[in-house]
Write a protein that binds this ligand. Structure first.
Ligand code: OFO
Length: 164
């Protein structure tokens, strides 16, 4: 059984992951509307990856003999200034998620909950990857700018992503 505090924090983290999924889906929708199919594809895959993160926590809570409580998901932003700004926002968001995972890890430590800490190590590693990927994209935008040719090139490049 999970302690009350850890269970509450894990349920909240499910909500953060679902919000991430919703945010990236909203970014995908904006990209579709602006005719950037490649960015939209990248964001849709990112959105489904976030749902998988939420499900990882969901399964873990049940494996530990506790109950999942789903919370309301906030409405994400629906308008973005530009594709570059949108990816900057995604990076900022990932950094917030990393900080939340760190807090959760610390809480599990305080509660002597080693299984939760071990499970969270996967998320810590994943966040390093996610931040690295987002930084890489933000840097590419800085390098080539947002001329129509640059946007076309980056849209094609990111649209080649196939894994979630
Ligand atoms: Fe974007 O990462 Fe979940 O945790």
């Amino acid at each position: 059984m999970l302690s009350k505090a850890v269970l509450k924090a894990l349920n909240e983290q499910i909500n953060h992951e679902m919000y991430s999924s919703y945010l990236y889906l909203s970014m995908a929708a904006w990209c579709e509307a602006k005719n950037f199919p490649g960015f939209a594809q990248w964001m849709k895959l990112q959105s489904s990856e976030e749902t998988k993160h939420a499900m990882k926590l969901y399964e873990f809570i049940h494996d530990r003999g506790s109950a999942v409580t789903l919370l309301a998901i906030d409405q994400p932003a629906t308008e973005f200034k530009s594709p570059a700004k949108m990816f900057e926002l995604a990076l900022e968001h990932e950094r917030k998620i990393s900080a939340l995972i760190t807090k959760l890890y610390e809480l599990a430590g305080k509660e002597n909950d080693y299984p939760t800490q071990v499970m969270l190590q996967w998320f810590i590693t994943e966040q390093v990857e996610e931040e690295k990927t987002a930084v890489g994209i933000v840097e590419q935008f800085k390098m080539v700018g947002e001329s129509p040719v640059s946007l076309l090139m980056l849209d094609r490049q990111l649209g080649a992503r196939s894994n979630a």
